[in-house]
Design a protein around this ligand. Structure first.
Ligand code: SAM
Ligand code: SF4
Length: 480
């Protein structure tokens, strides 16, 4: 079965399963890369065109170290062109770990009797958000197990509550969700509360492998999960996030699965996913020995991130604290646009304000490997001349979904993204940063303004400087 991008424009093809393992495997088995083709594929991506499945398979099958380096270099260059040096920061907030499913890799699975179950009460949720605001966070993702208690109404109430929490100069301006797939009506309820992205990871795009790992509860149904984000789109949520849990099955197949999912959403809804996540399995409470055959090495991980960057040039890519600080620093340059900072997974632990404490896996979903504070991460990013950003402007100005123009409008970055990154960083520096971070941060802002000066037709720099000054004088929430 060859992918026909027009196929899903027929409404009947929406919400139908779209993964054909034979198709994906034949692309992997029958595609033989050569240097000329690989270079023209990299060039196509640098021209900001999404790659086909076959082209992606060519990159996947490239093993010649010199060509793999060219792929990585292409991804590095594309990232610079599309995202500049911005890195968007966020934090996950676990609301409840009750779960009726039995995903063998997850500490929350229903059969794990060691897990200590908890759902945050309203006042606990408020305390968590206040603690996160005190650190300077502006963007959160609420995370849930799958349980009747976590209904669409419950999630929507949480969202409204979180947006209402304002501690000092703090506020949450964008709230994303990672929770179970819903029915269309449920998605509508959640959308009305004002969420940003709804994320659902398929975990593995291989139906047989999926069966092995998902042994209980509603999540056993591969196809219901696969079409979850179609239902979100039908409900009007045009900002969705996809992901695969690497280590469950062959990484080469999963990369094609993610690209296939992207094609499907684009063809059916005229808009691909807003973000792609690519977590690798980490230890979890009473973890069953998982994934030894498919464990993804660091080397393959870097390669797959670079390939994904090239395959879907305009999609945000998220790398979480599951990975170590060193690896995150390496992988960021090949295409990651968002990372979490100051992450804590234990329910209620942000409000406890403990620092770098050893994790108790019976209270958490899995082991994290980067427990730096938000400010430590910002310091490191600044040292490497990245521009940390808390920007939420597009979503608040309804520049989302097919209207999300970051990629297609010429000069979008220099008009909106970079200036907004500077404005939100400036707020952070004024409100939350220690003195040395503040000094370094303003230097980085100056340097970025200087870089914009040399570009034709960038944002009005006089206006940008004026707004930065206003922030120094106490104004907040200014954006282009
Ligand atoms: N319960 C919802 C679900 O399964 O869709 C919410 C998601 S779960 C709390 C967030 C994601 O964490 C899962 O989709 C899975 O990919 C990932 N995850 C689960 N166990 C993991 C582990 N041991 N290591 C790394 N990631 C894990
Ligand atoms: Fe439950 Fe999600 Fe964990 Fe599966 S991954 S056991 S659904 S919390």
């Amino acid at each position: 079965m060859i992918f026909n991008p027009e196929k899903c424009r027929i409404p009947d093809e929406r919400m139908k399963p779209f993964i054909d393992p034979e198709e994906l495997w034949s692309l992997i088995n029958e595609t033989i890369p050569n240097a000329t083709e690989i270079r023209s594929i990299i060039q196509k991506s640098l021209n900001k065109e999404r790659l086909t499945l076959r082209e992606t398979a060519m990159l996947i099958n490239t093993t010649d170290p010199a060509l793999v380096e060219e792929i990585k270099e292409g991804a590095r260059e594309l990232k610079k062109r599309v995202y500049g040096n911005r890195i968007v920061l966020f934090a996950p907030l676990y609301v409840g770990n009750k779960c009726t499913n039995n995903c063998r890799y997850c500490g929350f699975r229903t059969s794990n009797k060691e897990a200590i179950r908890k759902t945050l009460s309203d006042s606990e949720l408020v305390s968590e958000v206040e603690a996160l605001e005190d650190h300077g966070q502006k963007r959160l993702i609420l995370v849930y197990g799958e349980h009747p208690e976590y209904s669409p109404e419950f999630i929507a109430n949480n969202v409204r509550l979180v947006y209402g929490v304002k501690k000092g100069p703090g506020e949450i301006r964008r709230l994303n969700i990672n929770a179970a797939p819903l029915e269309i009506e449920g998605f509508k309820t959640v959308k009305e509360s004002g969420i940003g992205t709804y994320q659902i990871f398929q975990e593995t795009y291989h139906p047989d492998a999926y069966k092995l790992y998902h042994t209980g509860g509603a999540k056993r149904n591969f196809e219901y999960r696969l079409t979850g984000l179609d239902r979100a789109q039908e409900a009007g949520i045009d900002d969705v996030g996809i992901g695969a849990l690497f280590g469950l099955y062959d990484w080469r197949y999963e990369v094609l699965g993610l690209v296939r999912h992207t094609n499907h959403l684009e063809a059916c809804y005229n808009v691909g996913p807003h973000t792609i996540s690519f977590p690798r399995i980490k230890d979890a409470s009473s973890s069953l020995k998982i994934g030894t055959d498919y464990t993804v090495s660091d080397e393959d991980f870097v390669k797959l991130v670079a390939i994904l960057r090239l395959a879907v040039p305009y999609t945000g890519m998220i790398l979480t604290a599951r990975e170590s600080a060193e690896l995150r620093e390496e992988v960021i340059q090949f295409g990651v646009s968002q990372i979490d900072g100051g992450t804590k997974l234990e329910l209620g632990s942000y409000a406890e304000n403990s620092v770098n404490e050893k994790q108790n896996l019976n209270r958490e979903q899995f082991q994290i490997n980067d427990n730096r504070s938000l400010n430590e991460i910002i310091d490191e990013l600044l040292k490497k001349d990245f521009l940390p950003s808390f920007c939420t402007a597009c979503y608040r100005l309804e520049r989302t979904g097919q209207h999300f123009m970051e990629f297609s409008v010429p000069g979008f970055i220099k008009h909106f993204c970079s200036p907004n990154a500077m404005l939100t960083l400036a707020e952070y520096l004024e409100d939350y940063a220690p003195a040395d971070t503040k000094t370094k941060g303003w230097e980085v802002i100056e340097k970025n303004i200087h870089d914009l000066e040399s570009l034709e037709d960038a944002v009005n720099l006089t206006e940008l400087r004026k707004r930065l000054l206003l922030i120094k004088e106490g104004a907040r929430d200014l954006y282009f």
